[in-house]
Design a protein around this ligand. Sequence first.
Ligand SMILES: Nc1ncnc2c1ncn2[C@@H]1O[C@H](COP(=O)(O)OP(=O)(O)OP(=O)(O)O)[C@@H](O)[C@H]1O
Length: 478
Amino acid sequence: MTQEQWGQVQEQLRETVGNSNFKNWIEPLQYTSVDDGVVNFGVPTNFIGNYVARNFSDLILYHLRSVTGGKVSRLNFAVPPSGAANTAQRPDGARAASRAAAAGDTAGMASAKARTNVSPAKSAAPAQVAEDLPGAPLDERFTFERFVVGKPNELAHAAARRVAEGAAVSFNPLFLYGGVGLGKTHLMHAIAWELQERRPDLNVVYLSAEQFMYRFVQALRDRRMMDFKQIFRSVDVLMVDDVQFIAGKDSTQEEFFHTFNALVDQNKQIIISADRAPNEIKDLEDRIKSRLQCGLVVDLHPTDYELRLGILHNKVDQFREQYPGLEIGQGILEFLALRISTNVRVLEGALTRLFAFASLVGREITMDLVQDCLADVLRASERKITVEEIQRKVCEHYNIRLSDMLGPKRLRTFARPRQVAMYLSKNMTSRSLPEIGKRFGGRDHTTVMHGVRRIDELRLQDGQIDEDLELLRRALEA
Ligand SMILES: Nc1ncnc2c1ncn2[C@@H]1O[C@H](COP(=O)(O)OP(=O)(O)OP(=O)(O)O)[C@@H](O)[C@H]1O
């Protein structure tokens, strides 16, 4: 096959796979030779080679056969030993895509042409390492400017800001945790964007724990563990999102632990996020838990009404350009902030849907429109937590039987969880004290009142109670 024929095939492929896929996956292929019906391509990295082989082989074969008259049996992708694939000249998109592919992030691949999260490797780093840096693409919307700060997240925000200054490492790791959709990923991306601006000399890598595992497994399979270690140890700032994912995955944990230690020993910054505090992640080795706690552990609390309203205002500002002339009243924003308290993602999604719907049907955003368009979201957020649910969760948490919680035993092992459950029932349901008492084995309302007061007192003296309550509240709201 001639280079000209390959050129024709490329044109046909561009039409079939679309511009973005073409740029990311087909353009980086360098046709080198054909031997006995096997067409050889040089690829910039094994990740691109593997991805193309898995996803585009049939298509490439089809077009090759139609252009060359059917003399092709197989495709072969290999990284040229001398780097002859000229990686330096590949478009940014392909490089970003290679990182996304490396991280197993197919969603990210589509947007890989956007700015990448990894700054150019330092000149001292070996070329292979620079090329293979493992980060996933960053979301352009997740910047500090777009992060709304309120009481529930002010500490996490301040810590993230400090790390983003790129000054000498002051706490390592920074561990951010909190429930679903509270802004952990947003803050990590914001740190990465900021560091890119302030310290372009640093290799900043963001990836999810799942992507870390994917990379690790792939390195094992390709027998490239030395490369894997070298790549991760060449990073200056490593951010791993959703670290709870590696719980129970022993080999990945082991490798993560070594990577973590190697970076900390070199005084490199690590930022980790999870859906709960390190010591609450089940099936995570104790030595990892303890390592994760040796820096600064910061909690993102569930949003409060004011923060939700602030986020909505912020989002409306962003919509002004996209939907000129479309207004939304303060009353509606307040209604949404009050009613949709589950997580910020749902809140943002509701507002986006509202604007899109109003502009599509050419209607003003009124309360009627809100009810029409967001009926399902509003219904879902109406879910009421029951006293029975609370009792079950509290029993699970303290590992006692429901019959003991409801029964007459006064042992502290049962009495404390009972009081905790009463306290949560009082604060998370609309039941009156007598109604709650009735559901706790027919107790009097004064007993419930005493239980609630006792927990209020204990919260001031015993940090553990506060932690338990927070954990239970999150589990119940999830
Ligand atoms: N304080 C905030 N200001 C502005 N946007 C926010 C804030 N908190 C969350 N968001 C937005 O909510 C959405 C979800 O946030 P993000 O993905 O960071 O959550 P998360 O804590 O990482 O959740 P998960 O545990 O599901 O990964 C994003 O669109 C993010 O921009």
